[in-house]
Design a protein around this ligand. Sequence first.
Ligand SMILES: [Mn+2]
Length: 348
Amino acid sequence: MDEVLTKQKIQELHALVKDGDRIAIVLQDDPDPDALSSAMALRTLLGRNKLTTPIFSFTPVTRPENCKMVRLLEIEVEAADTEILRGFDKIAMVDVQPPYFGGRLEHTDIVIDHHPGYASSNAAFEDIRTRYGSTATIMTEYLMCAGERISERLATALLYGVRSDTVTMSRRVTDDDWQAFIHLYPLANYNLIQQIDRPEFPVPFARVIARVMSRLEVQNGLIVLNLGRVERDHLIVQMAELCLQFEGAEWVAVAGKLGPNLVVAVRNPGLGRANAGELVRRLFGAIGSAGGHRHMAKAVIPLSLWRKNGHGTRDREIEERLRLFLAAELGREAEPGESRPSNGQQQE
Ligand SMILES: [Mn+2]
């Protein structure tokens, strides 16, 4: 924690903002927990409320966990447009920087962020700390140095922000992030965090779960399920997470048809050295977009290309084919003669 720098920045910030200023806090599209909590913190730091300092985004929050955060913590995010924002005395942004918005924003006064790689803007106030795992860490430091009281609601939001940007303190995490985490932990409401973390299924999805679960098997550590047509991408991901909870599950692939595509979510518990991202790239990189991290990955394959490769698109056929691909790639009981799908041109 850099107390000297942070105290100086707080002074700069207060010198810049006049009492009567109407300030808009603008977030990245589809704001994430780090952005949302940082906006709440900035508002508190400036001693303002949602009327004098509303939060804006050009597109709404969509991830189920983030929607739940917004709902449970009663965070209001208004729809931004260039014209509305023109009416504000000052524009602030957290967890994002002006070049991100292109022509959508005419000017910016306050920028607080941790993302590297942006060209410096000419905002009057800038605090970019690329070393930090989250913007919520910077904002927690501001509140601590300002001696500001952090309410349970704000602490819960910030803790969730730090946690989600650092993938539960496992990625890019620094001492500063830990310091913020330790400060926020006793102030936050852990029941609320658990609620936010537990994404909901729409009730009609129960029928889909009942149908596919009746054929769930763990074969040599592998679970493969195809849900058939789904309405939202998140359902595929949530089902993959759920399947990972079955005893003996070392690899999970859950697929679903979404629009013109076949979406495949792949998970493993992240214990070994296996890499789910590499696995889906090897399997599907040639016929779709595929990628991810060590324990979670996703492939989006146009059904037309899947069909062009001679694979059936009926739900059971897809499931069987995926099982063969996965089993072969993982070196488990593969049926002979099966090869990876290709687009007929590129081969790795
Ligand atoms: Mn962030």
